[in-house]
Design a protein around this ligand. Structure first.
Ligand SMILES: N[C@@H]1[C@@H](O)[C@H](O)[C@@H](COP(=O)(O)O)O[C@@H]1O
Length: 260
């Protein structure tokens, strides 16, 4: 696991550079897209590189991590609409190239299985962007999630619903109780995981993710078992890392050719 501590805007540039390198080398790459505020700097930078440097997503396929159950098709907080607004509409994905779990399906269990099949049918995800919840969840894998889980229905914790109420006018009752989410094993199947976290509110989750024991109580800790994880954090999110100085020295001494 590589930990990079840098100012927020620099984190977005580092993640976008890794995506650009992948897409230029492999134009039909498969990306994993995350919602939440953490990846927004990455999306801004990708949109800029598309507009100014001709970075093309014409052959890229993308899969979203998760989706609320039951939000109306035109609801602005439906993750499919959020991804459309934040990145898909700003670059040149082909129609249908961005997929997400269908939170409006009549058969939600079937929709989860179909989603796993869709990811497998393109050979899996090459680079997966991730945020992290204050309770250590990734996608919507809440504490107690099976470390071997696949895409399924989950019930959101009160903490997550409170955290996300800001997107629903601060009204907790408007935040859905259920979601469909890639499982931890689904996420672990991606070949490179790039997790972004900023702010003091994420400091404990980041400490557990990087330095804590692997436990379903902090679901992100499963990433310690992945061979290629990049954790991009600002000073505040890094403030509880016991080995922060070592991570800084390691990154400062890293040869450019290694990339992320
Ligand atoms: N399902 C999303 C997660 O994918 C995201 O990582 C988390 C943190 O969001 P933020 O980046 O806004 O802190 O929020 C939601 O719960």
């Amino acid at each position: 696991m590589e930990v990079v501590i840098a100012p927020g805007p620099e984190l977005g540039r580092l993640a976008a550079a890794a995506i650009e390198k992948l897409v230029r080398e492999q134009p039909d790459a498969v990306l994993g897209l995350a919602t939440g505020s953490s990846p927004l700097a990455v999306y801004d930078e990708l949109a800029r590189r598309h507009a100014e440097h001709g970075l093309s997503f014409a052959r890229v396929r993308a899969f979203m991590l998760d989706e609320y159950v039951g939000l109306a098709a035109d609801h602005p907080e439906r993750y499919r609409n959020v991804i459309e607004k934040e990145i898909a509409s700003r670059v040149n994905f082909a129609p249908g190239a961005v997929q997400g779990p269908d939170g409006l399906a009549d058969d939600l269990v079937g929709a989860c299985a179909a989603y796993e099949d869709a990811i497998a049918s393109v050979g899996g995800v090459d680079l997966q962007l991730l945020g992290i919840g204050t309770d250590g969840h990734i996608a919507f894998n809440e504490p107690g999630s099976s470390l071997a889980s696949r895409t399924r229905i989950k019930t959101l914790t009160r903490q997550t619903r409170e955290d996300n109420a800001r997107f629903f006018g601060g009204d907790l009752d408007q935040v859905p109780q259920h979601c469909l989410t890639q499982g931890l094993a689904t996420i672990m199947s991606a070949r490179h995981l790039v997790l972004l976290a900023t702010g003091r509110g994420k400091a404990e989750a980041v400490h557990q993710l990087v330095e804590g024991p692997v436990s379903a109580m902090w679901p992100a800790t499963i990433l310690q078992h992945h061979p290629h994880v990049t954790v991009l954090v600002d000073d505040a999110a890094a403030s509880r890392l016991q080995l922060a100085d070592y991570y800084r020295e390691t990154f400062a001494a890293k040869p450019d050719w290694q990339g992320l």
